[in-house]
Ligand binder design. Structure first.
Ligand SMILES: [Zn+2]
Length: 318
């Protein structure tokens, strides 16, 4: 199992999905304007520059006699009162469904680019740039962004399942698990199965998230995730021919005992990595130093052997 930091929702980062649009109903003022909020160019404006503009009423050009500022995340409002009696509220961003678009776009960009809020906040703080709070970002992501991701993911899975049904050959899948922290402290683990059948564009067919509370301990998350992935594919009446995984011992065991009809193969990259690791440890022992010079050759030889022998079964893993 490889360790990768988890930024929830995990499935977004490794899925085939790219969210194109967040559909919101535009407010009346912006109707008819050509550019979508995410496309419209934006600039960093210094406060002193803005205050220069706010000296005169945007409605009539008379001098402003009272000016109040309010800030909500990256959104700025100036309440102006002019000499001619106008009360004007100038806003720095459009609002859609009462959502300030700058704040929503920042929350979306953070999530969809696989960034973390803390890194973005650090960047903003270092130049005193107005930025939404962690709480506001989380709220926006939960309310507007996660549902979009869920919907896109469901549609994607449906279309991939449909595509797979059209495939008239035994299904070849590759799978691996990952967890939110290394060792035995993991809280969440995900398992992914990708369709790698020949002549088919590789696509993720199933992904399952396992909470450590659902299994005896974190070591069981990988196998539980794999079982759920297989069950979800079989529930669609799709039969699996081959599954390729790493050398995870429990995975090898359940593939042998619970899925004897599925051909279980080992991924050469993991085999080579493990072998190199073991040989490197051995070469550090007294009297075994010469082995160090051979590690690269042995690893290359393994890859060369594989090119003439396309399958490596888990039972051959010695
Ligand atoms: Zn005025």
């Amino acid at each position: 199992m490889d360790w990768v930091p988890v930024i929830l929702p995990m499935h977004f980062q490794v899925s085939n999905v790219k969210v194109k649009h967040i559909v919101l109903i535009p407010d009346k003022k912006r109707k008819g304007e050509a550019l979508e909020p995410e496309v419209e160019p934006k600039f960093i404006v210094f406060e002193a520059q803005l205050k220069q503009l706010m000296k005169f009423c945007p409605e009539c050009g008379s001098p402003v006699i009272d000016r109040k500022k309010s800030v909500s995340g990256s959104h700025l409002t100036f309440h102006l009162q002019c000499h001619a009696g106008h009360d004007v509220a100038w806003v720095s961003q459009p609002t859609v469904n009462y959502v300030r678009m700058g704040n929503l776009l920042l929350a979306a960009a953070t999530l969809f680019n696989g960034l973390t809020f803390s890194r973005m906040e650090e960047l903003a703080k270092s130049i005193n740039l107005a930025f939404p709070t962690s709480r506001a970002c989380t709220k926006l992501q939960r309310k507007w962004l996660h549902p979009v991701i869920d919907q896109e993911w469901k549609q994607e899975v449906e279309s991939v399942v449909e595509e797979t049904r059209q495939q008239h050959q035994a299904l070849c899948l590759a799978g691996d698990g990952r967890s939110d922290s290394p060792g035995f402290n993991a809280h969440y683990g995900s398992y992914t199965l990708m369709n790698i059948s020949p002549d088919v564009a590789p696509k993720i067919l199933s992904m399952e998230l396992v909470d450590v509370a659902e299994v005896p301990n974190s070591a069981h998350m990988e196998t539980e995730g794999l079982k759920r992935c297989i069950a979800s594919i079989e529930a669609e009446n799709i039969s699996i021919g081959t599954i390729t995984t790493d050398q995870h011992m429990t995975v090898q065991k359940i593939m042998r005992t619970e899925y004897p009809k599925i051909d279980h193969q080992l991924d050469l990259w993991h085999v080579s990595k493990n072998l190199t690791k073991k040989m490197t440890a051995k070469a550090k022992q007294r009297g075994m130093e010469e082995l160090g010079d051979w590690i690269r050759c042995i690893s290359n030889h393994l890859w060369m052997l594989n090119s003439g022998c396309p399958t490596m079964h888990s039972s051959e893993d010695k």
